[in-house]
Design a binder for this molecule. Structure first.
Ligand SMILES: *Cc1c(COP(=O)(O)O)cnc(C)c1O
Length: 615
């Protein structure tokens, strides 16, 4: 038998007869591929310029730095606003489970996004969230400096370890400018997530991108191998890498930076990208690059951070096939790939289903692809687990809203940030039709915060509360305040059906339906984002409307989609739920087996490793 060898770079077993080999320090080493052989010698051999007493550029370690403006790592930390931050948290949890060497960088957000209160009419009141970083994070000594509006601003870091199933940890650094050395204005820069004006946002992006790269260096994470920019907010990290290369004698090393940067875009509309006027950029950021170079990289008219990240990243991806297509239309000629989003299976599976999966699907916690075997779970046990999760939800609704919902009614859930394109009001499009179809059979539970400056988003909440009042006890509607990950967990697990009605093609992916699928809750959704790939009609759930938006514009889309939504409820879903319980549970089972087994963040992180980081 052949002696077994391991590749010293990636750790893969190699057969000496198949792999490639090289001599190093008097030993024969075997590599799985030419790529790893090159990597080995790139990092193992001292560069010719190396001299004693000279500050050396750190050698690339096999570590990925993940930059994200928001990240949800603990239900008690309000350091996220919505899906992007939850995705970042799930990415880190899976990276830790899979022992992917990663370190993450975000901002502290001392006042969080905001706490949402609702009055009886559904008017939103925003409160800063008081939380104590000391309770959740370890303060790290030392600080780094960034320049904002020509002022020197000190930045320090707090650390939180995300611990994987076998104890492997991924450190998350939360950057903070609340230091006595800083002016009172600068001390507030890391207070509010997505708050303030453009100057405030750009300053935060400087702290995240530039401060983040410097902090990694200061803490000994220097020589990071890949930098993953999660959305355009983090794009200034790439500029800092350019500056760093120049400091080591490699001026304008665009190729070197591109080899290291991975960019994930999450926004399918032009208006969603962060853009800043150049005079503001000059004032706040200074002149990291000559004007014409910065404009060539980030846009002629305004600095577009998505474009900047695109131009400085060697691997760029959207988060669903459809989103890749839309992104290519926004940025013609660009090489853009797809890595579908996913959710962290263990975190989003409720207690009753965890127990059930533990019994029937060995190893599902570390290998969520095992969820495909849900097809072997007896239907009665799936229903029992679901009934348990539903009871938890109804109890929460009683406690939070003082409403007693019925355990036997079809309970529809809709919860996500309240904003126009998600159309949270679509299900109330024709109230009398909804009343007629749903009387005594349907109840709705809704939740979601509107961004403080999103007037339409706030109006939508009031409209839903008003619609609920009009429907009365015939079709009960409950709007729960202060949607967060804890509430998301209860809701996505406890409802019978998860509703999703965005305007195509504006939902890049959407992830709440994936959480629902982990709890056997099928989706009823417009064909957009992940659902185009996740929907097998009548098998994993149901679609609303055609795959392409109708040509007639918004009004026609609303009326067609609402009509189809009501038709599906009336003709397919209600008859099945009340008349064919076995058929219904079979759909639940397929949502787990076909959707949760794929739309999880373990599969997603593995794709990032093979397609983006190792590429
Ligand atoms: C999952 C999640 C979201 C994202 O939901 P979408 O369906 O992708 O819009 C937003 N907010 C919270 C609190 C979540 O848990």
């Amino acid at each position: 038998m052949e002696k077994s060898y391991r590749d010293p770079v990636c750790g893969m077993p190699v057969e000496p007869s198949r792999g490639c080999s090289a001599q190093h320090a008097g030993r024969l080493l075997y590599f799985c591929s030419d790529y790893c052989r090159r990597e080995f010698f790139r990092t193992a051999e001292p560069s010719p310029s190396e001299q004693p007493g000279v500050v050396r550029e750190a050698r690339p370690a096999r570590r990925i730095a993940y930059f994200s403006m928001e990240v949800a790592v603990d239900p008690g930390m309000p350091t996220y606003a919505g899906g992007l931050g939850v995705l970042a948290g799930d990415t880190l949890r899976s990276a830790a489970d899979l022992r992917v060497p990663m370190v993450a960088v975000s901002l502290l957000h001392r006042k969080g996004h905001f706490q949402q209160l609702l009055d009886a009419d559904g008017a939103q009141v925003e409160r800063p969230v008081g939380w104590s970083p000391e309770e959740f994070l370890e303060p790290l000594p030392g600080s780094v400096e960034v320049e904002i509006e020509r002022r020197r601003v000190q930045v320090r870091a707090w650390k939180r370890d995300v611990r994987g199933l076998d104890g492997y940890t991924v450190p998350v650094l939360f950057l903070d400018t609340d230091l006595p050395e800083n002016s009172s204005e600068d001390r507030r820069l890391t207070d509010v997530l997505y708050g303030g004006d453009e100057r405030y946002r750009l300053s935060q992006e400087i702290v995240l991108g530039i401060g983040g790269v410097r902090m990694l260096g200061a803490l000994g994470y220097g020589g990071i191998w890949k930098v993953h920019l999660n959305e355009g907010h983090a794009a200034l990290a790439a500029l800092e890498l350019l500056r760093e290369a120049a400091a080591f004698g490699r001026e304008r090393d665009f190729e070197g930076v591109r080899r290291r940067c991975v960019f994930t875009t999450h926004t399918p509309v032009e208006a969603g990208h962060d853009r800043f006027d150049y005079p503001l950029v000059r004032r706040v950021l200074g002149e990291p690059l000559p004007d014409e170079v910065l404009r060539a990289l980030g846009g002629e008219e305004r600095l577009n951070l998505t474009l900047l990240a695109l131009n400085l990243s060697g691997y760029v991806n959207g988060v669903a096939r459809k989103h890749e297509e839309v992104s290519k239309r926004l940025f013609p000629g660009r090489d853009i790939q797809t890595i579908n989003n996913g959710v962290h299976s263990l975190s989003w599976t409720g207690d009753t289903f965890r127990a059930l999966f533990d019994r029937y699907l060995p190893h599902w916690r570390e290998d969520p692809a095992m969820l495909r075997k849900a097809l072997s779970i007896p239907l009665g046990e799936i229903w029992e687990a679901h009934s348990g999760a539903k009871a938890v939800l109804l109890k929460a609704v009683r406690e939070l809203a003082g409403r007693q919902l019925r355990p036997d009614a079809l309970t529809i859930g809709f919860a996500r940030r309240s904003t126009e394109y998600k159309r949270p009001d679509l299900v109330f499009f024709a109230l009398e039709r909804l009343r007629r179809i749903g009387r005594g059979q349907i109840q709705l539970v809704s939740a979601g915060k509107a961004h403080p400056q999103d007037r339409r988003g706030k109006q939508l909440i009031r409209q839903i509360v008003a619609a609920g009042r009009a429907l009365g006890e015939e079709v009960p509607v409950v709007y729960l305040a202060d949607y967060d990950t804890a509430l998301a967990r209860t809701l996505t697990a406890g409802v019978d059906l998860w509703l999703n009605t965005p305007l195509r093609p504006l939902e890049a992916s959407g992830t709440s339906g994936m959480k629902a699928a982990h709890n056997g809750v099928p989706s009823l959704s417009v064909l957009d984002g992940w659902w185009i790939e996740g929907c097998v009609e009548g098998v994993t759930g149901w679609s609303i409307g055609p795959a392409e938006p109708p040509a007639g514009g918004r009004a026609e889309a609303d009326s067609l989609d609402a009509g189809d939504l009501y038709d599906k409820l009336e003709r397919t879903i209600l008859p099945m739920y009340f008349g064919s319980r076995g058929g219904w549970i079979s759909v639940m089972q397929h949502a787990i087996a076909l959707n949760a087994s794929f739309f999880n963040s373990h599969r997603m992180v593995q794709e990032y490793v093979t397609d983006a980081y190792l590429a």
